[in-house]
Design a protein around this ligand. Structure first.
Ligand code: AMP
Ligand code: GLY
Length: 419
């Protein structure tokens, strides 16, 4: 079978590596992929949002199955386009991807289905939003409605910060159309848990839980990033909490989407906060998380491609999805200055035995060597019987990877170990 994966980050590299375990796949393509995965997939220089280019390539190459991973092509309707060409896909169609594409939709959806989440108001009028933040309780959370590269959320401690966040999104067009509507919600506290789940629109199978580290610097300081490291499982996510999330959040979400004529097929990401009042949804993503995928797939023992096809065909209830009882950790090696400004183009070196544990992201090939080309350069993974050993492996490997301006957090998993 000829399979293509849309996207080019560490998450996609993890998916590509896992798909290669399935011997039915004879040709594997990544669009665009990256310079670090060229030995594992044929990388084709077509961008993940170039839907016409993707569709044309799929037709010309006779692709049998597509895995659409990033949020933007999903929200733009890449799956609808490919399915119309007769190509089965892993990933939600446009009608279902709205769960991530519009925070206002997601919040109203949760209200309709009594799914626990932070209290909120939605605004399409800047004056009304400004009037609201002039007297709402603080801290407050201001969110651009649409996709904003993970930068659309501001936790405002003061009225001035809240006012600026509203102004930037609604008056200054900081996020384009994505900020024309904003959701302002109450500030919640508690440990955060990421739960990715396979769902075929009917059955939902949660994967092993994980914990992201979103801030750039040690001690959860510095600006928010796409994620600086992950561990799995997440020790805060006990069996009791998992059972409660299934009843109160996962099943109502999947059933609610189906009942509204938007059955969700693919990977549904539940960003949860375990508050004193119980687990609440902070956000839905319509895709695998990055770098959650790097640790979750490291622990998946069943065949990923078999699961993906079962999701597409609505047979998830009869498919085995088994995870190891081990722990995994992923440390992101970034370019100094990420997520703000950073230099690129530095050669990457590593010991050969480290390479199988590396998932590349912001890298490209230049004159036969691998050089940095992005903020998050790569993730390095460790897996062991317990989290302490998994972290030790990941950090030992990180030390043996070199590039100029390399930086990484030294405290990934620290909170999980203390839990
Ligand atoms: P999001 O893009 O919605 O995941 O938000 C990014 C981050 O902001 C989350 O991972 C949380 O750490 C934080 N956050 C979002 N919403 C809230 C909230 N209502 N209360 C507290 N923190 C929040
Ligand atoms: N790591 C968070 C995300 O993928 O959205």
């Amino acid at each position: 079978m000829k399979v293509m994966v849309i996207g080019g980050g560490g998450r996609e590299h993890a998916i590509v590596r896992k798909l290669r375990e399935n011997k039915e796949i004879t040709e594997l393509y990544a669009l665009p992929g990256n310079g670090g995965m060229v030995n594992e997939a044929v990388c084709v220089n077509i961008g993940a949002t170039d839907l016409a280019g993707i569709a044309a390539f799929a037709k010309e190459r006779g692709i049998d199955y597509a895995v659409v991973t990033p949020d933007d092509p999903l929200v733009l309707g890449a799956v609808d386009l490919l399915e119309a060409q007769g190509i089965p896909c892993f990933g939600p169609n446009k009608a279902a991807a709205i769960l991530e594409g519009s925070k206002a939709f997601a919040k109203d959806f949760m209200k309709r289905h009594c799914i626990p989440t932070a209290a909120y108001e939605t605004f399409t009028d800047a004056e009304a939003a400004l009037a609201y933040v002039a007297s709402c309780p603080l801290p407050t959370v201001v969110k651009a409605d649409g996709l904003a590269l993970g930068k659309g959320v501001v936790i405002a401690e003061t009225r001035e910060e809240a006012r600026q966040a509203v102004q930037a999104a609604m008056c200054e067009g900081k996020f384009g159309h994505s900020g024309e509507t904003v959701v302002i919600e109450s500030f919640l506290t508690g440990p955060e848990v990421s739960v990715l789940a396979f769902t075929d629109g009917r059955t939902v199978v949660p994967m092993v839980s994980s914990m992201d580290h979103k801030r750039a610097l040690d001690g959860d300081r510095g600006p928010n990033t796409g994620g600086m490291g992950t561990v799995a499982p997440n020790p805060y996510y006990t069996d009791t909490i998992a059972a409660r999330c299934m009843e109160e959040i996962f099943l109502p979400t999947v059933r609610g989407m189906a009942a509204e004529g938007r059955p969700f097929r693919g990977c549904l990401y539940f960003g949860l906060m375990l508050t004193a009042d119980g687990p609440k949804v902070i956000e839905y993503n319509c895709r695998f998380g990055d770098p959650e995928t790097q640790v979750v797939l490291a622990l998946l023992e069943s065949d990923l491609f078999t699961i993906m096809r079962a999701v597409t065909d609505g047979r998830l209830d009869e498919t085995e999805v088994r995870f190891s009882a081990d722990a995994a950790a992923c440390v992101i090696l970034a370019s100094k200055g990420y997520p703000l400004s950073y230099e690129k183009g530095f050669a990457i070196t590593m010991d050969e035995d480290v390479r199988p544990h590396v998932l590349f992201a912001g890298v490209k090939e230049k004159d036969g060597t691998l050089v940095t080309s992005g903020g998050r350069v790569l993730g390095v993974v460790g897996r062991a019987a317990n989290l302490r050993d998994a972290l030790a492996l990941a950090y030992d490997r990180a030390e043996r990877i070199g590039f100029e301006n390399r930086f990484y957090r030294r405290d990934i998993g620290k909170r999980a170990l203390e839990a």
